[in-house]
Design a protein around this ligand. Structure first.
Ligand SMILES: [Zn+2]
Length: 115
């Protein structure tokens, strides 16, 4: 049996590769002493994980920014709502004054005003 190359099929890409440390990382917990994924797949996976974690960090930051923007907008909306309430109160006051004025004119027989 010596001299025979041991071949291991990568669990990820399915490619059969010579079982050695050039192709597979060592893993003492495994029966054949190597990882089930070849080095290339392992590296690809690590790279994907790295990019995913960077992406997650970026998304988290974007989310924080959006939350801050949302808070600013909510504050602006609150301020705007208050302005609207003040404007509405003033409008009602003016309307009441107008009604009173019309009532006075009616009482004095001067309503409707004749042009
Ligand atoms: Zn592979």
């Amino acid at each position: 049996m010596s001299g025979n190359l041991e071949i291991k099929k990568c669990s990820e890409c399915g490619v059969e590769k010579e079982l050695n440390l050039d192709n597979y990382h060592g893993n003492s917990a495994s029966k054949d002493g190597h990882r089930n994924k070849c080095r290339i797949c392992y590296k690809t996976e690590r790279s994907a994980l790295y990019h995913s974690s960077k992406k997650i960090t970026q998304l988290t930051q974007d989310n924080d920014n959006l939350r801050n923007t949302n808070e600013v907008l909510m504050d602006k909306l609150d301020a705007y709502t208050k302005k609207c309430e003040i404007a509405e109160t003033k409008y009602r006051e003016t309307e009441n004054k107008y009604d009173l004025l019309v009532q006075d004119l009616k009482n004095a027989g001067k309503w409707p005003v004749k042009g």
